[in-house]
Design a protein around this ligand. Structure first.
Ligand code: URA
Length: 239
């Protein structure tokens, strides 16, 4: 692939922007300066630098982000900064989208990609992907609350349908693990409210079989490795 074209696929701007970067001598490929925009490079395993910053070639972007509190998952946020501000602009430029959304005050694991098929598969309810939340409650939990969440509750505005968690476990008096497979709007908060309590703090620590890595701090992002992808797809069938 021509180096300028390759940079374009990786989010470094228009073909013209990329040609200029190369001609200015600001790009290296596998350690060698390349100043001819039409020079051919093999993308497989390529490590390149642009203005001294190192990148690895990724045909498609598969990412995870530790979403901090106070960020919206929208590209055009209304009241808070966007999670896209936490990523290098090149990733936004190449069209990365979040897979599902977390509320602005929810923290934890969120996936992003620019692969339409991947986004579709992992955001569609069909896969029944379990998502685990650590839920801090306003009032101490009771056996009735845990039973109601497991058996299903009727959400306000969605009468006639029982929405159940696939797993609910107490951590301490005011904190529970709750795993859901659907992705309804404000689902955890609405389920807890329907069961007579209130969510004070919400944190997602697992999607499928993929745990939020302990090395990530709030606001950090990382490429998903093969091992992460395998873990993601490795989850129990709750049915
Ligand atoms: N359920 C909610 O209520 N909020 C989230 O951010 C995610 C799940």
């Amino acid at each position: 692939m021509q180096i300028a074209r390759l940079l374009q696929t990786q989010g470094f701007g228009s073909r013209k922007d990329c040609r200029l970067l190369v001609s200015a001598g600001l790009v290296t490929a596998n350690g060698v300066v390349i100043d001819n925009p039409t020079a051919e490079v093999d993308p497989a395993g390529l490590v390149f630098t642009v203005e001294g910053e190192e990148w690895a070639y990724h045909e498609k972007a598969y990412l995870m982000l530790y979403k901090p509190e106070g960020f919206e998952c929208s590209r055009v946020p209304k009241h808070h900064p966007s999670v896209f501000n936490l990523l290098p602009p090149q990733l936004g430029e190449r069209g990365v989208q979040t897979i599902g959304r977390l509320d602005q005050d929810t923290t934890g694991l969120i996936l992003l990609s620019d692969d339409g098929q991947f986004i579709h598969v992992w955001s569609s309810g069909k896969k029944q992907t379990p998502k685990r939340y650590r839920v801090t409650l306003k009032h101490g939990h009771t056996p009735e609350l845990l039973t109601a969440l497991r058996d299903g509750v009727e959400l306000v505005d969605e009468p006639g349908e029982l929405v159940a968690a696939v797993s609910v476990e107490a951590i301490d008096t005011h904190t529970i693990w709750m795993t859901i497979t659907q992705g309804k709007y404000h689902q955890v908060k609405r389920m807890v409210a329907a069961a007579g309590n209130r969510v004070e703090v919400l944190h997602r620590d697992r999607i499928g079989g993929l745990d939020l890595p302990a090395v990530l701090e709030p606001g950090d992002w990382a490429w998903l490795t093969e091992a992460h992808m395998t873990a993601l797809a490795d989850f129990p069938n709750f049915n």
